[in-house]
Structure formats: structure tokens, C-alpha cells
Design a protein around this ligand. Structure first.
Ligand code: HEM
Length: 423
């Protein structure tokens, strides 16, 4: 079969729209993988007519598209009315005096490299330097969770951990931590196209407060540097890095927007996978050195970011499908990470799996900046959790697991666990 025949039109039983494989759909919310498999087999390069967006589900197509420097990132370059263009639409009317800057997540070169390079130059050493502090924070969060009975692992552990860790890295003062948590949690609504007006209000206020807080923090650290990321950035700027204060504040906010929910979901899905594959849980409990490869396997099996977007800039073909300039593309990280051409028995959760890398962190120039941090937190979390609760299991109650309804993400909104010990 030629790739043209394979790709168009979708066969009757394969999904015809991106919505059908997203968490908007009640079936796909619980498990998107069977439908993604149908697409990968029957229509690996699907065009969604309603959303005017291409959808890629094969590993090779996804990897190539993400690494291709001639394919752009900024969603405003995508055709009007398409899914991808909607990511660039401002959520709210803004005050005209307010500058709206794009973070590196959406920028193309030369601005992308200009800003990302100095950020990365201080971010990676900062994570390395703070590794012992981060490990201690993970241990403290696990120690504070209930010793006996049932609890929601998302609320008690997976949600607070990434926020307090990034706060420490950035250098948020302890007496502002409560506000910072509130503003950061409100930011999650920005990922929900169906949010209520009240949630939008909370989100906007949170974002404005965060921005103002970061501007103040930068001023304070310029005057009196401390041992934190904000001071590192101020120093880089003073030493000639081509970054202004607004750009720094915008990209500090991105660290929260891109890193908090995704890490929460990596932890939630990871614990769920371990609890529902008890042989793997026992393996990890008996050999904590497997934590590193266990995290990679969770990222492959249930990538927290379901997709990432790009924009085609010229006439071209992907896997035989003709595309034109300004068409948006969604690369399905879920689809790619379970491609049987690349991963043996792709639906099996195997924490000792070896082989090609997954694409859960995207790829090319936009490869996730926070990957080392997410990996570090989750690795230590798995170890600390199984040390404290060697007999942890999924609570035996209706609705113990609830999956998020956010269309571009996958994670547990609620995960009731039982410690295995009784009072
Ligand atoms: C499991 C956790 C995480 C996952 C699955 C994840 C996934 C991703 C993905 C898919 C992208 C887009 C890549 C692309 O389009 O090719 C991205 C970008 C990004 N992520 Fe993460 N992320 C995670 C955690 C974090 C953390 C903890 C931080 C920072 C504290 C972070 C910061 C960023 C930034 C700054 C970008 C933009 C990079 C760029 O466009 O140059 N992420 N992430």
C-alpha cells in the first residue's frame, strides 16, 4: 500500500477528528491509545477538516517534523480558524499599556535562540547545584503525606511538589509561598478551553500577580543577589546576555506553565501505572536503581503532554500527504511513543525497557528545557514513596481514578491510594 493510500481518506472505523482522540472525548479521556492505534495504522497523517490541522501519529513522522528547522513554531503563523492558531489567541482583552510578550515556547529564531540559550545556561547548572535540596523537598512532601488509610495522591503529593520545588529554584521568599502556590495553581485554567468565567478571572489575576511579583523579585535580586535562579539571570544580564526584564519575567512564568501540571501528571500517571502493574512495582521496590528507567517508561507510556504543535512554512509532503504553507500540525506524542515499528510490545509497561528514546519532551530546538528537573523529581519521588509505602495499592472505591479533561494533556486529576497500613 502506498503512503497516499494509507493516509486518505480515513477508514470507517478509524477516528475522523482530533477531538475523538483528545480528553474532550469521554472514551479517549480514559484511554486514548486504542483510537490512536487505529489512526496510526489506517491514517497516520490525518487532516482534521474542522480544526484545519494535520495530526501525525507515527514516530518517524513526529520526530522528523519536530527536528525540522524549516517547520515553524509560532501558532500565529498558522491559518486563521485552525486549532493551532487558537493557541495564539489572547485569552482576555488586555490593557493597552500592557506589553504582551511571547515565551520561548512559541518563539522562532532568532528570538528563540537569543532567549533560550542564556536561560538554559543558568537553568541546568542551577538544577545540578540544587539537587540535594530538591531531593530533601521530595522526601519532606512524602513524609508529610498520611501514614495510614486512603488519600488522594494528586492533592497530597503530585500537585504541591513541582510548585514548591520551582519556587525554591526561582528564589521565591518563604513568606510569599502561599500566594505563589495560589497564582501557580490558577495558571492551570489557561490550559482549559472550557473554563468558567470565574476560572478565567482567577487565571488572569494569578498571571498578573505572578508577573508583578517576578518584576519585584528581579529588582530585589539585582540590588542584592542570592543563591537562586533569579539572581543567576540578573547576573547573566549584567554580564551582557541579550535579555530584558520583561523577557525574563515572561519566561520565568513559562517555567511554571510548562512544568507544573506536566510534572504533576508524570507523577500521577507513574504511580497509577505502577499500582496497576504490580510486578513492575515490586521490581522497582526491590531495586530502586530502576527508578531512572521507570520514569522513562512512564513518559513513554503516558506522556503528560499529549501533543505539540508546529506550522508548515512551505509546500511539502509528510509521509506522502501534500501540505501547504501556514497549515498547522499537531504531533501526537502519545501516538509516536507507542509505535510498534519502534517499540516492541508498545502497550506493555516494562520499567527495564531499553531502546530508542521516547518523544514525551518534544524535540528539535524546542525540546523541553525542564526535562532534567521533571526526571529528577519523579525519580526521587518513586523511591521515597515505595520506601514509605511498600504495600501501596489503588483504593478500592468507585471513582478512585479520574482522568483530566484538558484536551492537550493526559494525567490523573484524582488518584485515591491506600497506604496498605491500618491504624
Ligand atoms: C514530565 C514533565 C514535562 C513534560 C512531559 C514536558 C513536555 C514538554 C513539551 C512536549 C514541550 C514542547 C516541546 C516541543 O514542542 O518540541 C515542552 C517545552 C518546554 N518545557 Fe517542558 N515538560 C515537562 C516539564 C517541564 C518542567 C519541569 C519545566 C521547567 C521547570 C519545563 C519547561 C519547558 C520549557 C521552558 C519549554 C519550552 C522550550 C522551548 O520551546 O524552547 N517543562 N515541555
Amino acid at each position: 500500500m502506498s503512503s497516499q493510500e494509507k493516509n486518505s481518506p480515513p477508514q470507517q472505523n478509524s477516528p475522523h477528528s482530533i477531538a475523538e482522540v483528545s480528553a474532550f472525548d469521554l472514551v479517549a479521556r480514559v484511554d486514548p491509545h486504542p483510537r490512536l492505534k487505529e489512526l496510526r495504522e489506517q491514517c497516520p497523517v490525518m487532516y482534521d477538516q474542522t480544526g484545519k490541522t494535520w495530526f501525525l501519529t507515527r514516530y518517524e513522522d513526529v520526530r522528523r517534523a519536530l527536528q525540522d528547522k524549516t517547520i515553524a513554531r509560532h501558532p500565529a503563523l498558522a491559518e486563521k480558524g485552525s486549532f493551532v492558531a487558537s493557541f495564539a489567541t489572547p485569552d482576555v482583552e488586555r490593557d493597552e499599556s500592557e506589553t504582551r510578550l511571547d515565551s520561548i515556547l512559541f518563539l522562532d529564531d532568532p528570538d528563540h535562540t537569543r532567549i533560550r540559550t542564556p536561560f538554559a545556561k543558568v537553568f541546568y547548572p542551577r538544577i545540578k547545584k540544587m539537587q540535594p535540596v530538591i531531593e530533601q523537598m521530595v522526601a519532606d512532601v512524602v513524609a508529610a503525606a498520611p501514614d495510614t488509610g486512603s488519600f488522594d495522591l494528586v492533592q497530597e503529593i503530585a500537585l504541591p511538589l513541582p510548585i514548591i520545588v520551582i519556587a525554591k529554584i526561582i528564589g521565591v521568599d518563604d513568606n510569599r509561598l502561599k500566594d505563589f502556590r495560589e497564582w501557580s495553581e490558577a495558571g492551570v485554567h489557561s490550559l482549559d478551553p472550557l473554563r468558567t468565567p470565574e476560572q478565567t478571572q482567577r487565571m488572569v489575576e494569578g498571571s498578573q500577580n505572578l508577573h508583578a511579583y517576578f518584576m519585584d523579585l528581579m529588582k530585589a535580586r539585582k540590588a542584592a543577589p542570592r543563591d537562586d535562579l533569579t539572581s543567576d539571570l540578573m547576573l547573566a544580564q549584567a554580564q551582557g546576555a541579550d535579555l530584558n526584564d520583561e523577557e525574563i519575567a515572561t519566561n520565568l512564568q513559562l517555567l511554571l506553565a510548562a512544568g507544573n501540571l506536566t510534572t504533576t501528571d508524570l507523577i500521577g500517571s507513574g504511580v497509577w501505572l505502577l499500582l496497576t502493574n504490580r510486578d513492575q512495582l515490586h521490581k522497582l521496590r526491590d531495586d530502586p536503581a530502576l527508578a531512572e528507567s521507570a520514569v522513562e517508561e512512564v513518559l513513554r507510556m503516558e506522556s503528560p503532554a499529549a501533543v505539540t504543535a508546529r506550522v508548515i512554512m512551505d509546500e511539502r509532503q509528510i509521509n506522502g500527504c501534500p501540505m501547504s504553507a501556514n497549515q498547522g500540525v499537531l504531533a501526537s506524542l502519545h501516538g509516536a511513543n507507542r509505535d510498534p515499528d519502534v517499540f516492541d510490545t508498545p502497550d506493555a509497561f516494562d520499567i527495564e525497557r531499553k531502546g530508542p528514546p521516547h518523544v514525551a519532551f518534544g524535540g528539535g530546538q524546542h525540546l523541553c528545557l525542564g526535562a532534567p528537573l521533571a526526571r529528577l523529581e519523579t525519580r526521587h519521588l518513586f523511591t521515597a514513596l515505595l520506601e514509605k509505602y511498600p504495600d501501596l495499592y489503588l483504593a478500592d472505591s468507585e471513582g478512585a481514578v479520574e482522568w483530566r479533561s484538558l484536551p492537550l494533556f493526559r494525567g490523573t486529576e484524582k488518584l485515591m491510594v491506600n497506604t496498605g497500613s491500618h491504624e
